[in-house]
Design a protein around this ligand. Structure first.
Ligand code: C2E
Ligand code: MG
Ligand code: MG
Length: 881
């Protein structure tokens, strides 16, 4: 036990073993007593000691511990003994625990205590000499492979620390100051702590440098750069009592610390074998002082920084909250996606859209919210931003993952770049366009589609036909334009009401859809007219015509089947006109005209049929155009004449005439109105022509009024629909009457049933105005239309004219007799006169008389003649016979 190394090992080993320690303490006490005796004996022979110095000795190898002979030993013990020897002090070692030693020193029960670190608090209680006896500090030690360079390297490390050691609270505070939170591994001794690190249970161990420097290599550890808790160690004495002792220590210590072979140097060499010669160089003091200052500064700086960080954090947080409030209140979807297209940030609108909280959305990709197709499209846009740094502005139509919700967005996506210019994320701002899109679609629908049937309207149809014609020049093909007109639609509309009429059109459109291919265009041209544009027909004209005919037949067949219209079963049919399209030089207008012509032909042919526009029809078109020009000429050159057909009563007396228009054509001779009235109407010439008829009639009436036998005669004038529709019609009649001086009461205007139902309020107003003028109104060709009784009752009519079709066959078809009877009784009930026209035989007249009809017109009484002639004698004989 006499090598310092062994002593130290032994002492350290003994620290945890109380029983063994007590036993050794007793041995040492025995040594003490023996030494005291020997000293006392020796003293008798040598110089007597100057004084006895009681020295408190506690176990803190290698600085201080009780030597084998009971003397203070270790670095500070040996140095003290060397001073004592020079000063002839008799040293009495008093073993004690650290705190007990200090207490004893305070009370003056011992004189001196080595190994006391100076601090101001202790300076109140004890006296210290001037020259520090030893410099000590604590240090961290770690395995050689894991160097710790700065204190910040300790983040997350496991630090072995001795319970109750000075290092424990200090290090904890220090690390707290740096906001470092290590894992503490508790040990009972430095030895155990070093063992923990070697075994890998801890990463570093805190120890005093005296223990560490000596023992680190044994545990394969090495000191780290982290040094803390520096302390200068002194010998302390009881306050105010041992200045002499302290002065003596200073006196020896000062030169010894400067000498390499002094007792001081030898003590260091002896107890710190591994350590370099321990001379405390001034530079080290300065270094350590600097370290302490730096540490203090670092702590202060850390506190200041933490406060600054706290302030800045609060500031940033406030700013962030403000920004969040703004981002969450704008009417846009704002989000940030990282390079893997995962959401990193979403504002509340996005969260609401996805039906999750913002936290739940963050970290997800689009596939959690949208269907596959949408995800693929979004990804393509996102990658343009992420990979190419593009600013993408796209309309995105997104469908929810369950496919139930589809929304349109206008999305602007921007790359977010770091300070080096690398894209690290994308920021997206999307605006919901769904409503706008819907509104646009609705506007488009209104502009190009018929609201009733949902079919393309006339405008869209014209566009498509134009496109087709344009494409024909590039890629020759056959196509066809079909005009369909519902037969008698007007009658259905008038009798069953407009709602039912609408329903019929709707159902017709539906059925038509079934008959055409998707590439064909189906349109509603207006009213009861539909158009079909068939494309991609055979390139062979005959075959193309056959294909078109097939479709048309299908349509005829399907559309003539029964309809269920609001509980009523109804039938109708269509007339179809077809124009083949194969000539790019043709204009759209020509094509429409051709199909229209063909449709008209189909109507003429008896309806529910189809007609092609062919060269014959073309000839008719030419003829019609020529006729129009001729009519203008005729009007300008007075080629029209009026024929008068007498109207008689049941006595055969002539009451008046119907004025019937004739065209005295210089080449073709006399032309009947059936040949030109329709063209006059469609060309608008009817207005001028009608004026001419009215004026001529009024002049004739004026002429009648001059003759006593004729002044009561009336003249009936046919008024065409186009003529009657003129807003100035009533005024024209009035002007004619005034200009000619004709008696209005002798003028009768013949209107047809179809004229009455078009714009009822306007018609009624005009009729009332005419009646007010004194003009009589007669309903021509009555029985063929569908006049509503309700309307008839309200009209200021004077007479119903039974259509000659009923009279013609009345003797063969008892049905017609019933109809005529019904008309007569209707006239009676409404207080209207009833006249039968087209009466050709006496038998017809008699039968009519039997039915109660009192007025007649027909060849039996007189054919239309250029000069009004009273009813012929044959009529009289018929009447008498
Ligand atoms: P409407 O007003 O029904 O005229 C009666 C037509 O029946 C006349 O034919 C007349 O000649 C014919 N008619 C008269 N009695 C008999 C008969 O016993 N047997 C047969 N088979 N026919 C008879 P028209 O003159 O050819 O006139 C045809 C239609 O032309 C008229 O039918 C009328 O709707 C229209 N029309 C005639 N003149 C004018 C006119 O000045 N203005 C207008 N807007 N239309 C006219
Ligand atoms: Mg007539
Ligand atoms: Mg008639």
């Amino acid at each position: 036990m006499n090598t310092p190394q062994a002593a130290l090992t032994d002492a350290v080993k003994q620290q945890g073993d109380c029983a063994d320690f007590s036993r050794r303490l007793v041995q040492r006490m025995a040594w003490l007593v023996l030494t005291a005796l020997l000293t006392a004996t020796g003293a008798l022979a040598a110089d007597p000691p100057k004084r006895t110095v009681r020295v408190g000795v506690y176990e803190n190898a290698p600085k201080l511990f009780l030597g084998d002979r009971g003397q203070p030993s270790g670095i500070l013990g040996d140095v003290l003994m060397a001073v004592a020897e020079r000063e002839r002090w008799q040293v009495v070692a008093v073993p004690c625990e650290w705190q007990a030693c200090l207490n004893a020193l305070g009370r003056g029960e011992i004189d001196l205590m080595p190994d006391v670190a100076y601090n101001e608090q202790r300076a109140q209680l004890f006296d210290f000499h001037d020259v520090p006896a030893l410099l000590s500090w604590s240090q961290l030690y770690t395995r050689k492979s894991e160097p710790i360079r700065t204190i910040t390297d300790l983040q997350g490390k496991r630090i072995a620390i001795i319970d109750g050691s000075v290092q424990a609270p200090f290090l904890e505070n220090l690390l707290n100051g740096f906001a470092i939170s290590p894992t503490w591994v508790h040990a009972d001794s430095f030895e155990q702590g070093f063992g923990q690190v070697r075994q890998g249970n801890a990463d570093v161990v805190a120890a005093s440098r005296f223990f560490g420097d000596l023992q680190a290599s044994r545990f394969d550890l090495e000191p780290t750069a982290v040094v803390f808790l520096p302390a200068q160690l002194y010998y302390a004495t009881t306050k105010g009592q041992n200045g002499v002792l302290l002065a003596a220590i200073d006196r020896h210590l000062k030169p010894w610390q400067a000498q390499s072979d002094s007792p001081y140097a030898q003590a260091l060499k002896r107890w710190l074998q591994a350590a370099p010669e321990f001379v405390i160089p001034r530079t080290l003091w300065w270094l350590l002082a600097g370290l302490v200052a730096a540490l203090v500064l670092a702590l202060a700086l850390s506190t200041w920084l933490r406060r600054q960080v706290a302030q800045k954090t609060a500031h940033v947080r406030a700013g962030e909250e403000r920004l969040n409030t703004i981002l969450n209140s704008v009417d846009a979807f704002i989000y940030i996606k990282d390079l893997e297209l995962r959401y990193q940030y979403v504002n509340s609108r996005v969260a609401h859209l996805f039906g999750r909280s913002a936290e739940q959305v963050v970290g997800q990709t689009d596939s959690a919210f949208f269907d596959e197709l949408t995800v693929a499209r979004l990804r393509a846009n996102d990658l343009r931003v992420i990979e190419h740094g593009e600013r993408v502005e796209e309309e995105e139509v997104n469908r929810s993952v369950d496919g139930r919700v589809t929304q349109s967005f206008l999305s602007v996506k921007l790359p977010l770049r770091d300070s080096a210019g690398h894209v690290y994320a994308l920021c997206g701002i999307s605006t919901d366009m769904t409503r706008r899109k819907q509104a646009e679609e609705a506007i488009h629908q209104l502009a190009f589609y018929d609201p009733l049937t949902g079919l393309p309207n006339r405008r869209l149809l014209q566009d498509r036909v134009q496109q087709l014609l344009t494409s024909l020049s590039r890629a020759p093909q056959h196509a066809a334009l079909m005009f369909l007109d519902v037969d008698n639609f007007k009658d259905i509309n008038d009798t069953l009401g407009h709602d039912v009429g609408d329903e019929l059109l709707h159902q017709i459109a539906e059925r038509m859809r079934e008959c055409v291919r998707t590439q064909d265009t189906l349109a509603r041209q207006g009213g009861d007219e539909f158009v079909v544009m068939l494309v991609n027909l055979s390139t062979e004209p005959g075959e193309a015509a056959r294909q078109a005919q097939q479709v048309a037949r299908k349509l005829l067949d399907r559309l003539s089947q029964k309809y269920q219209l609001r509980g009523q079963t109804c039938r109708t049919s269509v007339s179809i006109g077809v124009a083949l399209i194969d000539n790019p030089a043709e204009t759209r207008e020509e094509l429409f005209k051709q199909a229209d012509m063909a449709m008209y032909q189909a109507k003429v042919a008896g309806r529910n049929t189809l007609r092609f526009f062919n060269p014959d029809m073309q000839a008719q078109v030419v003829a019609r155009t020529t006729l129009e020009a001729d009519l203008r000429w005729a009007l300008a050159h007075d080629e029209f004449v009026l024929y008068y057909q007498p109207q008689v009563n049941d006595q055969g007396q002539t009451l008046g005439f119907e004025a019937l228009l004739r065209w005295q054509h210089p080449m073709r001779g006399l032309i009947l109105p059936g040949e030109f009235i329709a063209v006059a109407e469609s060309s608008g010439l009817i207005v001028a022509l009608g004026d001419w008829v009215l004026r001529s009639t009024c002049l004739q009436l004026q002429a009648f009024s001059q003759q006593a036998a004729q002044h009561h005669w009336t003249i009936a004038v046919n008024v065409s629909a186009a003529q009657f529709r003129q807003p100035s019609f009533v005024a024209r009649v009035q002007t004619m009457l005034l200009q000619t001086g004709a008696n209005a009461a002798r003028l009768e205007l013949e209107l047809t049933e179809s004229q009455l139902v078009e714009d009822v309020p306007d018609v009624m107003a005009k009729m009332d105005a005419l009646r007010d003028l004194g003009v009589r109104l007669s309903l021509d060709d009555f029985g063929t239309g569908y006049s509503s009784l309700a309307i008839l009752r309200r009209l200021p009519l004077h007479q119903l004219k039974v259509d000659q079709a009923f009279v013609r066959d009345m003797l063969e078809h008892p049905q017609n007799v019933s109809i005529i009877r019904a008309i007569v009784s209707l006239g009676d009930s409404l207080g209207l006169a009833v006249i039968a026209e087209g009466v050709e035989s006496a038998a017809q007249r008699d039968a009519l008389l039997t039915l109660g009809c009192r007025y007649f017109q027909g060849y039996l009484f007189g054919k239309p003649t250029p000069a009004p002639e009273a009813a012929s004698s044959s009529a009289d004989s018929a009447q008498t016979g």
